[in-house]
Design a protein around this ligand. Sequence first.
Ligand SMILES: *Cc1c(COP(=O)(O)O)cnc(C)c1O
Length: 593
Amino acid sequence: MRFINRSQYFSPGGPSEGGFVAYFSMEIAVAPEMPTYSGGLGVLAGDTLRAAADMGLPLAAVTLADRKGYFQQHLDASGTQTEEPQPWSPEQMLAAEDPVVTVTIEGRPVAIRAWRYEIEGVAGHRIPVYLLDTDLEQNDPRDRALTDHLYGGDADYRLRQEALLGIGGARMLRALGYEPTVYHMNEGHAALLTVPVLEQELRGAGLQTATEKNVEAVRRKCVFTTHTPVPAGHDRFSSEQAYRILGPERAGMLERFGCFHDGLLNMTYVALRFSRFVNGVAMQHGKVSRQMFPEYRIDAITNGVHAGTWTAPWVQAVFDRHLPRWRQDNVTLRYAIDIPENEIVEAHAASKRELLKAVKERSGVEMREDVFTLGFARRAATYKRADLLFADPERLVRCAEQMGGMQVLYAGKAHPADEPGKAKIRRVIELSHELRNSPLQIVYLENYDWKLGALLTGGVDLWLNTPRRPYEASGTSGMKAALNGVPSLSILDGWWIEGWIEGVTGWAIDDHEDETGEANSLYEHLEQTILPLFYRDPGQWRRIMRSTIALNGSFFNTQRMLEQYVINAYFPERRVEKPAEAAEADLENTLAR
Ligand SMILES: *Cc1c(COP(=O)(O)O)cnc(C)c1O
């Protein structure tokens, strides 16, 4: 790894003109060999940074080192999941930074150091990622383990980690010489960064002296992206925990400024209260968030994926041939509409071969290249309903039999404490055994991660997504599939409301109040439309593959997403536009819709 002088991060020019963004996320999928993410939130954070590197944005990111990772998943023959730590060594892969900063947590001083990784963009710009680490000799043994497990431990552990990320992270950036003008909280886990930003505003005066004017000054610097469409999903801590772990001065300030709700410290309210720009992660999620928090102004910026990361090598080669600037300018993927269809089909066939080879290696099951293959992979959270496809297994088998066969690939980890999620995995694996000798082949692949995600989204023929509405804030794996010319069959939730054009980019499962209705619609689409097209009308199937890339690949990428953040959230004052009052009125009208 080659490192450059930090001053390069402050290079003038570009859309930021001297502004600097500090991006905070509890999880970041930094590199495939670093187990510092659990799912979509971390992959989005990593993809955001990869796009920032491509665009040359002045931005630095902060997360925790997660020395023991998230977890390695093992599934036994009956489908029972067990977990093992994924220890890794920051020492061997990252550059050590000198500064050590201290945060008082639960009355004890906790020393924090940072490791640096640099993400390099297409034109060589580098985005530094700082991974905070408390495994230092001077720390109490209890505190040395605080940066070990992503989403591990109990609620106390979580709050201590959030104090480290937010308070420790902001202090670390300043110790490293940064003076961010914008702080971006990727989900409420990072909300406590507002405390040191407020302290800085107070210039040494105690937090108890903070006024509404000071809060306003913090708000001018902070941006918050919420990712959770249901109240229960928002991070909350008891008042006792807040006062004990954060200390009375910080907890008292947060309580005084309205961050406690129903007697609980609510991280979403902390972030909402201290941010000037708040957004949900898809149009629909913006609406849902406005209903949940009617007293706040909440915009929407739809998520994306990093095109260069999630496009399979064979498809990349096709883009390189026909759209040479696509990596710098993802919008040019719109012109994929002019790529000869057979080139897309051949590239996809190579991706599918690679995927089926991996399936054989991992599971021993030999799948066929010419058989329709459906993919479903994501965290095994219950709302994602991994088993909706199997609401009526006999009907699915009949369909596979009549049409020419069907192969289904599954993957996904359940959080160690999520028993219902684990039960969903068991159910799919039991079925895969029962149906072993039927025309419907099912394989559940162990240990879903970045590399497996790329293989699956690139190599299957159809991406299936069956969340319970409105729980899917955005969802991103269908976007990865789209870049590879793989259409989706999905519930109309999250990004799919925007990405769906029936028969052009994929198909929508009809809205029903009950699961049976939704499952029926899913089956009807497979029986009457999708399988007949795949097996009997390859010409039309190719056109769908191509329009999926052109229409959805060109929009649902992190480059477009980050451009929206730059214009609306990070540097709105730099826009050349109407007078402020007119712009304000526009926004009010948008939000009122
Ligand atoms: C893309 C990805 C996710 C997120 O998928 P969703 O569709 O947003 O649920 C989760 N885990 C891995 C490993 C991924 O690559």
